[in-house]
Design a protein around this ligand. Structure first.
Ligand SMILES: Nc1ncnc2c1ncn2[C@@H]1O[C@H](COP(=O)(O)OP(=O)(O)O)[C@@H](O)[C@H]1O
Ligand SMILES: [Mg+2]
Length: 269
């Protein structure tokens, strides 16, 4: 169904680099079915289903408060209440798995608002991303080299405290930190938020480079245009459930806008 570019000739990226646990020709996918999640007794996500192949980008859009952040956090193993539904990577059942297990199974989350440590240096933050395999020094150094290759500014600013850097640079650190966990699949929650336009483009360019190397992405972006531009398929979530999905053609925005913008939307009833 979905072609996986770069499977046979992986780029020198984290997803396709040497020493990776999973062989590149071992194509697999991330499948989320009927996920439920919430906070305490409040169920926010009632039925979320999505899948993404390696080397594919799918976007998840929806109005503010629809449950996108809660859904991605639950997929990554962060639970604020009992969650239901299933999460698989390939044939591995990861339903209900801990955040650590999700990372070691190949899933990374770049959380909304980039939860990096502002008083620590760039390098310290990147190293934290390798916490699941912190004894494998050689591997970590190789991964650091690749993150630095991807975002050279992070090498230049290695010793700087993160709090003093721009929103875009902090986003690069958050992505780099997630990449240090060696993901096959990455969940990106609003990577463009608070980032200057020129750096948004650069960040997306780099993400596509990783996707060519085999990484699979689920992307949340406030801008529907940008979400469609950067993905091959889309999902729309409303009130914690899937309400629409399809291929990311520019025309899809006509169907998505009325749902996401609601009565505030241009031309919506
Ligand atoms: N920590 C929390 N405790 C209780 N309710 C929350 C919490 N975080 C978010 N919510 C609620 O969950 C709903 C979905 O939020 P969220 O997942 O952040 O949506 P989105 O990312 O689509 O904007 C909202 O109604 C929000 O108020
Ligand atoms: Mg959100």
């Amino acid at each position: 169904m979905t072609t996986v570019p770069g499977q046979s000739t992986p780029q020198p990226s984290l997803a396709g680099g040497p020493g990776q646990r999973v062989p590149q020709n071992d194509a697999t996918n991330l499948r989320i079915d009927h996920l439920t999640a919430g906070y305490g007794r409040v169920q926010v996500v009632s039925d979320f289903t999505a899948r993404v192949e390696q080397g594919e980008v799918v976007s998840l859009v929806g109005r503010n408060g629809a449950g996108k952040t809660t859904a991605l956090a639950a997929v990554a193993g962060l639970r604020y209440a009992p969650a239901g539904g299933t999460v698989y990577i390939g044939d591995k059942n990861l339903s209900g798995a801990s955040p650590n297990t999700m990372v070691t199974s190949g899933l990374g989350l770049v959380p909304e608002g980039r939860r990096i440590f502002k008083e620590m240096t760039v390098l310290e933050n990147l190293r934290l991303g390798a916490y699941t395999h912190r004894r494998q020094r050689k591997l970590i150094e190789d991964d650091l080299d690749r993150v630095h290759e991807l975002f050279p500014i992070l090498a230049e600013f290695s010793k700087r405290e993160v709090g003093g850097l721009s929103g875009g640079q902090q986003q690069m650190i958050a992505i780099g930190q997630a990449l240090m966990g060696r993901p096959q699949f990455l969940l990106l929650d609003e990577p463009a938020s608070g980032v200057a336009p020129v750096l948004v483009d650069e960040i997306y360019d780099r993400l596509h480079q990783l996707v060519e190397g085999g990484l699979g992405l689920i992307l949340v972006d406030q801008s529907i245009e940008r979400a469609l531009e950067h993905s091959s398929r889309f999902y729309v979530m409303d009130s914690g459930t899937n309400v629409l999905f399809g291929d990311s053609s520019p025309a899809a925005i006509e169907d998505i806008n009325p749902i996401v913008l609601g009565s505030e939307g241009v031309g919506a009833a």
